[in-house]
Design a protein around this ligand. Structure first.
Ligand SMILES: C[S@@+](CC[C@H](N)C(=O)[O-])C[C@H]1O[C@@H](n2cnc3c(N)ncnc32)[C@H](O)[C@@H]1O
Ligand code: SF4
Ligand code: SF4
Ligand code: SF4
Length: 301
């Protein structure tokens, strides 16, 4: 039994992560590397050091305390050598202005349940609950299962915001304790999926098909990130429509138009692969909406 897990955020009063008012718990770690990911701080399992330039007062405390000499000022500009950094967190603790922040912390099942239970009244009044997102929550499947079981005991509604990328038996085991799934579909073509996310889409399709075949299609809300030039092409939309049409019971797909987060990647010292920084056009969204409506789906935008 996993008594603790690693999370990077807990947001209360969320209204976009499933029905009603919800608390969203963001798990650290993800096996995918989607080019457009707006939560890059969730990709790595270790703590992520974020640097906010506008808060830095240039005191150089961080340079002096770093045990690995990973911080320097190059021509007056703060620099973290990410290859040297071990994410020990000492610089974040010592920074007087909050310019350096360490993202990610361990929480026990009890601590997380205490946090989740703070808003039980709101969940009850709004038919809401708790959503597990990330990163990819399935990576910490033992911890996730423990939390899901606790929520079920207390009759707290649960949603799993997932890429669906997991071994079949792991997915099946976790799914037993989940009320609804916010299940992402990104790219229909496998070679493209590998290029843009780093992994095959086969386990993702298989796990979704398994849910639909077991009569749980009605518990699935599909999510489609509309990424200009990558996922919003006619070829991809047709490919996904073809796959979705083989799934029983699914009634809804939510379109998530691309939004740019270049700044977050800069603060994390990570490379941002997206060359396009604009949202998809209204015409494109209209076309995609119409195409999925033709499958009899309710399309939320
Ligand atoms: C960050 S992911 C976490 C859950 C899970 N790993 C997944 O991919 O579904 C949550 C949602 O954000 C969407 N998303 C990620 N980056 C985005 C971006 N730049 N613009 C719009 N949606 C994005 C994903 O497609 C997914 O539906
Ligand atoms: S987290 Fe630790 S190793 Fe990394 S830069 Fe800060 S002090 Fe140095
Ligand atoms: S300790 Fe904080 S404020 Fe001081 S130089 Fe480092 S990042 Fe800037
Ligand atoms: S699967 Fe989700 S969390 Fe992981 S990189 Fe892709 S969008 Fe980000």
């Amino acid at each position: 039994m996993a008594n603790s897990g690693f999370v990077f955020d807990i947001k209360r009063f969320e209204v976009h992560d499933g029905p009603g008012i919800r608390t969203t718990v963001f798990f650290k770690g993800c096996p995918l590397r989607c080019w457009w990911c707006h939560n890059p701080e969730g990709m790595y399992f270790s703590e992520s050091v974020m640097y906010f330039e506008y808060k830095c007062i240039g005191c150089r405390t961080c340079v002096n305390v770093c045990p690995l000499d990973a911080i320097s000022f190059d021509f007056g500009k703060h620099h973290i050598d990410r290859l040297k950094c071990s994410s020990c967190g000492i610089c974040c603790e010592s920074c007087p202005s909050g310019a350096l922040t360490c993202i990610g912390r361990a929480v026990t099942v009890d601590e997380l349940m205490t946090e989740i239970q703070k808003d039980v009244i709101l969940y009850d009044n709004s038919e809401g609950g708790v959503t597990f997102s990330g990163g990819e929550p399935l990576v910490q499947y033992e911890f996730l299962t423990d939390i899901l079981k606790e929520c079920r005991k207390l009759d707290i509604h649960t949603a799993l915001d997932t890429s669906g990328y997991a071994l079949e038996d792991v997915f099946e085991h976790v799914a037993e304790n989940v009320d609804i799934f916010l299940y992402d579909l990104k790219l229909a073509d496998n070679p493209s999926h590998i290029i843009y996310t780093g992994v095959s889409n086969e386990p993702i399709k298989k796990n979704l098909k398994m849910l639909a075949d077991s009569g749980r299609g009605g518990d699935v809300i599909l999510r489609f990130p509309v990424i200009p030039g990558i996922t919003d092409t006619q070829e991809n939309v047709e490919g996904l429509a073809e796959f979705i049409s083989t799934l029983d019971g699914i009634k809804e797909i939510d379109l998530l138009p691309f939004h740019d987060i270049t700044e977050k990647y800069t603060r994390l010292g990570m490379k941002y692969n997206m060359s396009v920084q604009t949202a998809p056009s209204k015409e494109k969204l209209k076309y995609i909406k119409k195409r999925f409506e033709q499958l009899g789906l309710y399309v939320k935008l």
